[in-house]
Design a protein around this ligand. Structure first.
Ligand SMILES: Cc1cc2nc3c(=O)[nH]c(=O)nc-3n(C[C@H](O)[C@H](O)[C@H](O)COP(=O)(O)OP(=O)(O)OC[C@H]3O[C@@H](n4cnc5c(N)ncnc54)[C@H](O)[C@@H]3O)c2cc1C
Length: 383
């Protein structure tokens, strides 16, 4: 008789990879398949930050910010080789957020996550410290720190560790159909192979509802919005190893971050789209990002300075807010179909993938072998 896995995971983005690593380290029999490259979709189209999400405080998402800040510390400790603290400067802008609001936000940002080795925030005199970068009206500002990460490598390191703990992982292998038998899920792969598993995890990111509907053939009871976020990469706008958190006229935040020594990474936008398939950047998004940068910096850029662009799709849980305010938190949808558990993961951030993975296994604990329940990923380094 062929092997029956404890868990089968659809999707080798950061969430699928994190779950595979955690589960394999608990001696569970794990199989994961991705239709493309591991970490090749949303998980490499991000702003590449491990961050608490300062701006989520405005939406009163204290729980999400606290968990993210705690995870920022954990990820910094377990993944030193691919993370780096970097100062972010918020130039003070008279007609936008008042100083007292930014100060309260930064005070909470410094305190919510508990003890941290990442430097705290401060006020900064921009005309003294960085006289040549910003236009002269931006002479005051605030500085706080977050981590820059190699997002694709973070996924790959999780996959590597899962393999070392005996997980079976299949790259460029699409799941095309899934059936239920009396005691296992039967998973049909594009390469004509089938896999059996007791538990099924749908970690297919923006494809989540498509996977449910077309492959598992179950209707989702959660609505999502697909929101495209685009970045432009330009020749670097300034030499200093600092990033900027720019407040745009529409109250959205645009990041300008040093990228691979010679470049600046600028993003992001928010545009609702209909499909999770690859969507390129629109001309209007390029203009939006360039206009924001040119509003602040002495050096003016144009589309000629762009060396590359990329766009990722966020699957945000529908709660009828405007896209900026829709939560970046994750939720699980656990359903039992004829005694077979199916867990779907909605939303999330790179930052919280490890905690999310731990929570997935805690949530499934009553369906797992008794000796497999201990958490372990917060200390073991990703090498
Ligand atoms: C523009 C943007 C910026 C972001 N910036 C940040 C940031 O700076 N910091 C942060 O913490 N978070 C950020 N995020 C959020 C973060 O990137 C995502 O939460 C995270 O990458 C989601 O990972 P995932 O594993 O759920 O999805 P994905 O990485 O999309 O993985 C899903 C995988 O499922 C696979 N798949 C789909 N269907 C099938 C199938 N039938 N068979 C096999 N495989 C299948 C896909 O190929 C894909 O690889 C950002 C998101 C976006 C869009």
């Amino acid at each position: 008789m062929s092997e029956v896995f404890d868990l089968f995971i659809i999707g080798g983005g950061i969430n699928g990879a994190g779950i595979a690593r955690d589960a394999a380290g608990r001696n569970l029999k794990v199989c994961l398949a991705d239709k493309g490259e591991f970490g090749g979709a949303t998980s490499s189209w991000s702003t590449k930050l491990i961050h608490g999400g300062l701006r989520y405080l405005e939406n009163y998402e204290f729980k999400l910010v606290r968990e993210s800040l705690k995870e920022r510390e954990v990820i910094y400790n377990i993944a030193r080789g691919i993370t780096k603290p970097i100062p972010f400067i918020i130039p003070y802008t008279k007609n936008l957020r008042p100083k007292w609001l930014i100060k309260i936000g930064l005070f909470l940002y410094d305190s919510l996550g508990g003890k941290t080795s990442i430097p705290k925030s401060s006020t900064i005199n921009l005309s003294n410290k960085f006289p040549n970068i910003l236009k002269k009206e931006f002479n005051e500002g605030f500085q706080y720190y977050d981590l820059q990460v190699d997002d694709k490598k973070l996924t790959k390191l999780n996959i590597k560790d899962a393999i070392e703990n005996n997980a079976k992982v299949l790259e460029n292998t699409k799941v095309i159909n899934i059936e239920q038998t009396s005691d296992h899920w039967k998973i049909f792969l594009e390469n004509n192979k089938t896999i059996k598993s007791k538990i099924l995890i749908n970690a297919s990111g923006p494809w989540i509802n498509e996977t449910l509907k077309n492959i598992i053939k179950i209707n989702s009871n959660k609505k999502i919005r697909l929101v495209k976020g685009s970045h432009i990469i330009t020749n670097k706008i300034y030499d200093e190893e600092i990033a900027f958190t720019l407040q745009n006229f529409d109250n959205r935040i645009i990041f300008v971050i040093p990228y691979k020594e010679k470049f600046s990474l600028i993003g992001t936008t928010e545009i609702e789209v209909n499909s999770p398939e690859k969507n390129g950047i629109d001309v209007s998004e390029i203009k939006y990002l360039i206009d924001c940068v040119n509003g602040y910096f002495k050096k003016q850029i144009s589309s000629k300075d762009i060396v590359d662009t990329y766009s990722g799709i966020r699957p945000l849980i529908e709660d009828f807010n405007e896209a900026t305010k829709v939560t970046r938190d994750y939720i699980f949808d656990l359903n039992i179909h004829n005694n077979l558990p199916l867990l779907s993961i909605y939303g999330g951030k790179l930052t919280t993938y490890r905690k999310l993975s731990e929570n997935v296994l805690n949530r499934l604990s009553k369906y797992l072998p008794k000796n497999s329940i201990k958490s372990w990923t917060d200390k073991k380094k990703l090498i």
